[in-house]
Design a protein around this ligand. Structure first.
Ligand code: KDG
Ligand code: MG
Length: 424
């Protein structure tokens, strides 16, 4: 083993610059430093403990070059396989080791993954609004910011708040305002800073009746060319999802996402029989086995796993290659709860694979960017990596330590009619 590549330190940071993030920093004896994103929204401390208390001690003395072996050691060796906490912890190690390897090679990471397959990675932003005029303004604002593909979410008449809809029109653009400005900063942020989750209400019938009207208005205003996406956040049964897909066909969506909880593959067989609207799934998947049947039966069109929740660069590259056999493309999750390290890792992989589709790109707050200093840029609707070796992201732990972790949770969802807990 090259002594300089021996892992000397693995440190875990949990701070809240703009929102909560869990960050892993691995340092080799030769002084190379690699970063990994270990953030699981609303369960941050569990991943931090898994890494700090269990995996970090096993990393010391390992050869940082042996990425595949290290991944298999933690995946196969743990006995307790899979699951979001385990796989995010392993993903953070994997990302950090790829960062180190690319720095040792003096190359931006995409070069080690096969080099560039494209000039940049097409990204979509989130437009939303409480009424149709606000949605149209929000789409326009996103186009002015350069987005060339736009996800559209809408409040539903009769429901007091709906997840994914900005509480004020200017919040939809995504930028935060700085330390302490938590309400202004967070009204578009998926997690709210509270000790227990906020409860929202849901009415599927009202949703299914209203959403086609929203897309009709958006198409009438912006014409047929703009790629439009929509996220149903797992709220529908299979037959309701089939109806949604069918009713949106006239508006030619790029995809509908998470139309039904995906643990039951049979649901997608049913949906597929009824609609040609493309389907995206997987932001809560964490291994290739979650995708296997959906790929082999060609039941979905886009893979949503980001590097941080999909187990790392090593397994996600395999998932994308497997997807390519069925002409299924990448469409990775890129919300603000994926840190700039996670975004950069997904970006480098997206630059290299052939079957790239699109990425979600929610922009981080200035506080987040000050701490992570990402080198990637967003221009002309595309995210583009920089040219420095590795992932092109760093972590200012001194600055980060000024932003203490604060409990924050995604909202939960109950049926309006009788308060029954409902699916995400
Ligand atoms: O942490 C979960 C959120 O990032 C997620 O709910 C957002 O569905 C989402 C999306 O597509 O960005
Ligand atoms: Mg989603």
């Amino acid at each position: 083993m090259d002594k300089d590549m021996r892992i000397a330190k693995a440190e875990v940071f949990v701070h809240s610059p703009g929102r909560n993030f869990v960050t892993l920093r691995i340092t080799t004896e030769g002084g190379l430093v690699g970063y990994g994103d270990a953030t699981v929204n609303g369960r941050e401390l569990s991943v931090a403990s898994y890494l700090r208390d269990h995996l970090a001690p096993m990393l010391i003395g390992r050869d940082a070059h042996n990425i595949e072996d290290t991944w298999q050691y933690f995946y196969r060796g743990s006995y307790w396989r899979r699951g979001p906490i385990t796989m995010t912890a392993i993903a953070a190690i994997d990302m950090a080791l790829w960062d180190i390897k690319a720095k040792a090679a003096n190359m931006p990471l995409y070069q080690l993954l096969g080099g560039k397959s494209r000039e940049g990675c097409l990204a979509y932003g989130h437009a939303s609004g409480r009424e149709i005029s606000e949605i149209l303004d929000s789409v326009r604002e996103h186009m002015e910011k350069g987005y060339r593909a736009i996800r559209v979410q809408s409040a539903i008449p009769g429901l007091n708040s709906v997840y994914g809809v900005a509480a004020s029109a200017n919040a939809a653009a995504g930028a935060g305002k700085g330390k302490g400005a938590s309400s202004a900063r967070y009204d578009y942020e998926p997690a709210r800073r509270s000790a227990v989750p906020v409860e929202e209400e849901w009415d599927t019938r009202a949703y299914l009746n209203y959403i086609p009207k929203v897309f009709e208005a958006v198409r009438n205003e912006f014409g047929p060319e703009l790629p439009l996406l929509h996220d149903a956040h797992h709220r529908l049964t299979p037959i309701q999802a089939a109806r949604l897909g069918k009713s949106l066909e006239p508006y030619d969506l790029f995809w509908i996402e998470d139309v039904t909880p995906a643990e039951n593959t049979d649901a997608f067989r049913l949906i597929r029989q009824h609609t040609t609207t493309p389907l995206a799934v997987g932001e809560i998947f964490n291994t290739i086995f979650d995708y296997k049947d959906l790929f082999e039966e060609q039941l979905i069109d886009y893979v949503r796993s980001p590097v941080s929740h999909g187990g790392g660069i090593t397994p996600l590259k395999k998932i994308f290659d497997y997807a390519a056999v069925y002409q299924i493309k990448s469409g990775v999750h890129g919300p603000t709860d994926v840190s700039p390290i996670g975004h950069a890792a997904s970006l480098h992989l997206g630059m290299a694979i052939h079957n790239y589709g699109i990425s979600e790109y929610m922009q981080h707050s200035p506080d987040t960017n000050d701490v992570f200093q990402p080198e990637y840029t967003f221009t002309d609707g595309m995210i583009r990596p920089g040219s420095s070796p590795g992932l092109g992201v760093t972590y200012d732990d001194k600055l980060a330590s000024q932003f203490e972790y604060e409990a924050a949770y995604l909202p939960v969802n109950r049926l309006k009619i009788d308060g029954t807990m409902h699916d995400w």
